[in-house]
Write a protein that binds this ligand. Structure first.
Ligand code: MRU
Length: 333
């Protein structure tokens, strides 16, 4: 992804990579104020970075897990213990489990840890490019699009899932506008998606989460979101607030697309009822910048994701093409 560095120069940077014996990643908690890179030499530190959301977004969590397994391999750690520890970092994103198992098999096969993890990350980026080509063809000049949370390069190593079609269409010279909902409480839409759209020069505005229905009533042509886990029947988990958008899109007859690589599809989970939803801390809700803004004595509930039923999805934009919910069982690898 393009990123303006401290010296004002624009560089191409990934969200996570391996360099000089360590796993490096952008500290996504500090954007958009600072572009800070942190490095780790122990798989437990990378697992903690997934847990505390230094790195985040399903495919990027997957690549970070692959690099964590790479460190475990390089450091001669017990691979079963390392894999169990890494998988415990967050419960919802399927890529975490997919990538850890993928790397486990490669390491057990005696493959070079760095080459294998780099291959995982590179493949993730190629899949995102393909998602961009398929989804980009849906975008026409003058369209108004809407997205939620951050399913951009930061969430996928590079390029993005929901933002990949926008990058592709922008690179082809198409002119369109994006509503990016802020995404309470962690503000991934405001702090990360808007940062990426800014770096790319894509016309956009941040809106409050509660303004989605209002703007849809004024005219939105297409909604594209990412996914953390897609069940075999097409029900999918994504950032809390996605379900509301899908219901509103149905009300206004707006096409609602989910962009995700096949590594996000959990074919062993039949429906959305089987997806574990992460509950995060109350303080993410009750505090801003470390200061309590809610009444002392009030509890807060903070589910990180919701499940949108397949019937509200127009199509899944994947690296293999665009599929209706009824068609996804044929994608199983
Ligand atoms: O809690 P996060 O920031 O990891 O949640 C991210 C999302 O919900 C994204 O929409 C999803 O992971 C898809 S990322 C391409």
């Amino acid at each position: 992804m393009k990123a303006r560095m401290k010296d004002g120069k624009t560089e191409d940077i990934r969200a996570v990579w391996f360099e000089n014996g360590e796993v490096r990643m952008i500290d996504q908690r500090r954007l958009p104020l600072e572009l800070t890179v942190v490095g780790f030499k122990d798989h437990r530190e990378v697992a903690e970075a997934i847990r505390n959301m230094t790195t985040r977004g399903a495919p990027c969590i997957g690549a970070s897990a692959a690099y964590a397994m790479c460190l475990a391999g390089l450091n001669g750690e017990d691979l079963d213990e390392a894999a169990a520890h890494i998988k415990a970092a967050r419960p919802t994103a399927y890529d975490l489990f997919y990538a850890t198992d993928w790397m486990y098999a490669r390491l057990r096969n005696g493959e070079d840890p760095v080459k294998a993890a780099d291959e995982y990350a590179d493949t993730t980026v190629s899949k995102c490019r393909a998602i961009g080509r398929y989804g980009g063809a849906l975008i026409e000049d003058g369209m108004k699009l809407m997205t939620h949370c951050n399913a951009g390069a930061l969430a996928t190593v590079d390029v993005g899932t929901a933002l990949a079609p926008m990058r592709d269409a922008h690179d082809r010279g198409k002119k369109f506008f994006v509503y990016a909902s802020e995404t309470r409480p962690r503000l991934q839409g405001m702090q990360l998606t808007a940062w990426e759209l800014n770096q790319e020069g894509i016309d956009h505005a941040i809106i409050p989460d509660g303004a989605s229905a209002y703007y849809m009533s004024q005219g939105v042509d297409m909604i594209i979101v990412g996914a953390d886990r897609i069940a075999a029947n097409g029900d999918f988990a994504n950032k809390i607030g996605t379900f509301d958008k899908a219901i509103c899109a149905k009300r206004f007859g707006i096409p609602f697309y989910v962009a995700a690589p096949v590594s996000t599809f959990d074919f062993d989970t039949e429906t959305g009822d089987g997806i574990v939803i992460e509950q995060r801390s109350e303080t993410e809700m009750t505090q801003i910048g470390g200061m309590r803004i809610a009444p002392v004595g009030s509890r807060a509930l903070n589910p990180a994701f919701d499940v949108t039923p397949a019937e509200l999805v127009t199509g899944f934009i994947t690296e293999k093409g665009i599929f209706r919910p009824s068609e996804i069982s044929g994608m199983r690898e």
